[in-house]
Write a protein that binds this ligand. Sequence first.
Ligand SMILES: CC(C)(COP(=O)(O)OP(=O)(O)OC[C@H]1O[C@@H](n2cnc3c(N)ncnc32)[C@H](O)[C@@H]1OP(=O)(O)O)[C@@H](O)C(=O)NCCC(=O)NCCS
Length: 171
Amino acid sequence: MSGQAERPPAAALRPALPGDVPLLAAIAEAAILELTGEDYDSDQQEAWAAAASDEEALAARLAGQLALVATRDGEPVGFIVLADNRLIDMLYVRPEVAGEGVAGLLYDAIERLAGARGATSLTVDASDTALDFFGKRGFTPKQRNTVSRGGVWLGNTTMEKLLAAPPGPVH
Ligand SMILES: CC(C)(COP(=O)(O)OP(=O)(O)OC[C@H]1O[C@@H](n2cnc3c(N)ncnc32)[C@H](O)[C@@H]1OP(=O)(O)O)[C@@H](O)C(=O)NCCC(=O)NCCS
């Protein structure tokens, strides 16, 4: 034994299943209510959380899209949804694991999958809370938006990242 505790891997990844919807809704709600308070007021947090955790709407949003779930000890701790192989539609982690690399792991995997499926760029309407996260991953801001969630207005920023072309065949 080295005597030094090794950092556990951030999480394991698997595709999302229809039965995950209630857990994923709960993760989205907790992430919004507990992680975005420096950037949005409580009315905005509550309206956004209610919209993102509506199970029927979430099931419809996941259907036919590429969605990955991060698990620790088999329990979902975060998820990401890629819509139309170009738009990061949702990215949420449990507040208990924030800052431990779970979103980074989810993002890296979805970027690789999107690239392998032919995507040449990715876009995201990044929350103010996620601006630095995406900025550090090579996204650049394109436009500022104001969107309504249940009648409450929230700001976000459309960001884009161009993906490197996959290596061609070696001759
Ligand atoms: C934005 C969000 C998804 C980020 O999730 P996260 O899991 O905390 O993100 P990560 O841990 O992967 O990255 C956050 C930082 O922690 C750092 N980190 C990574 N591993 C770490 C570790 N083991 N220990 C400490 N810090 C670590 C990362 O380097 C990263 O810093 P960086 O941005 O300077 O690179 C999360 O805050 C969230 O759910 N927010 C609320 C909802 C939201 O805004 N979603 C985005 C909608 S577009």
